[in-house]
Design a protein around this ligand. Structure first.
Ligand SMILES: [Fe+2]
Length: 430
């Protein structure tokens, strides 16, 4: 071999090595092969953005891509991509520049692991007819929780925008395994297609996992309470495991959020009901610290949980719903007496698994309460296009809940027991 040929071969080898090194540096790292263990679930519904989250069964290999979401407005054309970030096995992808009031389809992917295709609707910019779901107290019995979710999916209208969970999603929020067993697995079909709005329950108890799994919208500085506007409504989500007293940080924030509402509707959600005929009865702290503020600002409806039953109460212009029939052991429970006498504002009470579907249509809203067999337990409408109706006498409750007694008059507010200190985060047994 001549010197010229040797030199050519040497230079060609150098070029090849350099090109290969450049190509390797530019190529995406090998994908992770970890399977998807939880989700996907959707957070932060809005007009032009949404968060998609999912959890991998294991840590991805160092340097690998944590994942991405492919999405688009047609199921068979998921042409847009959003890269995920990664923390403690959980991937988070933020979808942006979405079109308002539009149906999207999406699929999450981490390496070779792919989710099934889910779908969601973005929020409308203008007031129109739109729906959302409410349920709560989904803890402790995955079978019962799954039955409620199955009923929701069977009953589901195509245009339900999101699901509000009124708290106590799991028995013990600090136990990682319970989040999969009691919440993410039974609720998987629902969470795939409906963004979740979570509420802090006493069983979550400010556990780190609550903050890790959930990404909430709006203006709250902490994720345990937050507010957001959706179409022609404002939602204010409150943490009844922290102080709601007017002079507390959360109390001052609540005042601002309620006072600043410019939408047609003002909906509030928290876990412990101010008015309840169930085993817990009226929550003395919420009754004392929060209820006057809600009434002062003309809140339209409150969605609570905590007591494992359905109840609708009406007091001073606010409809109070307890939607605690999401799967937890149903009231009455052994050794616990119901407290119907404490709640003369009750209109409907029932011990049954259920969920609520709320339809907002301009200045009218209707809440349908559906049992697991698909039958309707209750329905009420708030119509703001009509002048307010004159006050109606509240029927007196019976001992096992409050079926109406025609002509009965309320006896005024019942004595409310001395409140326990708020914010202890202590979990009770029920
Ligand atoms: Fe609770």
């Amino acid at each position: 071999m001549t010197w010229a040929k040797l030199a050519w071969r040497a230079s060609a080898t150098v070029v090849f090595v350099v090109l290969a090194a450049v190509a390797f540096a530019q190529a995406p790292p090998a994908p992770s092969s970890a399977a998807i263990a939880k989700g996907p679930w959707l957070m932060r519904p809005a007009t032009t953005s949404l968060t998609v989250m999912w959890e991998l069964a294991g840590e991805p290999a160092a340097g690998t891509v944590p994942g991405e979401v492919a999405y688009g407005t047609a199921r068979d054309a998921l042409t847009q991509k959003a890269a995920a970030t990664f923390d403690k096995k959980t991937a988070t992808a933020r979808l942006s520049s979405l079109k308002p009031d539009t149906r999207y389809y999406y699929r999450a992917r981490s390496g070779e692991a792919e989710s099934e295709v889910g779908t969601f609707l973005t929020a409308p910019e203008q007031a129109k007819t739109w729906r959302f779901l409410v349920y709560g107290d989904t803890r402790s019995s995955p079978k019962s929780h799954a039955a409620v979710v199955a009923a929701m999916m069977k009953h589901a209208e195509a245009d339900q925008r999101f699901v509000l969970n009124t708290g106590d999603m799991v028995q013990r929020g600090r136990e990682y395994a319970q989040w999969e067993e009691q919440f993410f697995t039974p609720a998987a079909p629902l969470l795939l297609n409906h963004p979740l709005l979570p509420v802090m329950g006493n069983h979550e108890g400010h556990a780190d996992w609550y903050y890790h799994f959930f990404d909430v919208p709006g203006s709250g500085k902490e994720e345990n309470y937050y507010a957001f506007d959706y179409a022609n409504a404002r939602f204010v989500v409150i943490d009844t495991e922290a102080s709601t007293a007017p002079e507390s940080p959360q109390g001052r924030w609540i005042e601002q959020e309620l006072k600043g509402n410019t939408r047609d509707w003002l909906f509030v959600s928290y876990h412990k009901p101010a008015l309840s005929s169930g085993a817990h009865g009226n929550d003395a702290v919420v009754f004392r610290d929060l209820l006057p503020t809600l009434e002062k600002h003309h809140v339209d409806a409150v969605f609570a949980g905590h007591d494992h039953n359905y109840e609708r109460s009406e007091k001073d212009g606010i409809v109070h719903v307890t939607a605690g029939g999401g799967g937890a052991p149903m009231n009455p429970m052994p050794g616990l007496k119901l407290k119907a006498k404490a709640n003369p504002w009750s209109k409907v009470y029932r011990n049954a698994f259920h969920f609520c579907q709320v339809t907002v249509s301009g200045k009218t809203m209707t809440c349908e309460v559906i049992l697991t067999d698909g039958s309707k337990l209750d329905e009420f409408t708030i119509d703001k296009t009509r002048p307010p109706a004159p006050p109606v006498a509240v029927p007196a409750p019976k001992s096992e809940g409050p079926p109406p007694v025609p002509g009965a008059k309320p006896q005024g507010p019942p004595p409310v027991p001395a409140p326990a200190p708020a914010g202890s985060g202590k979990e009770d047994d029920y």
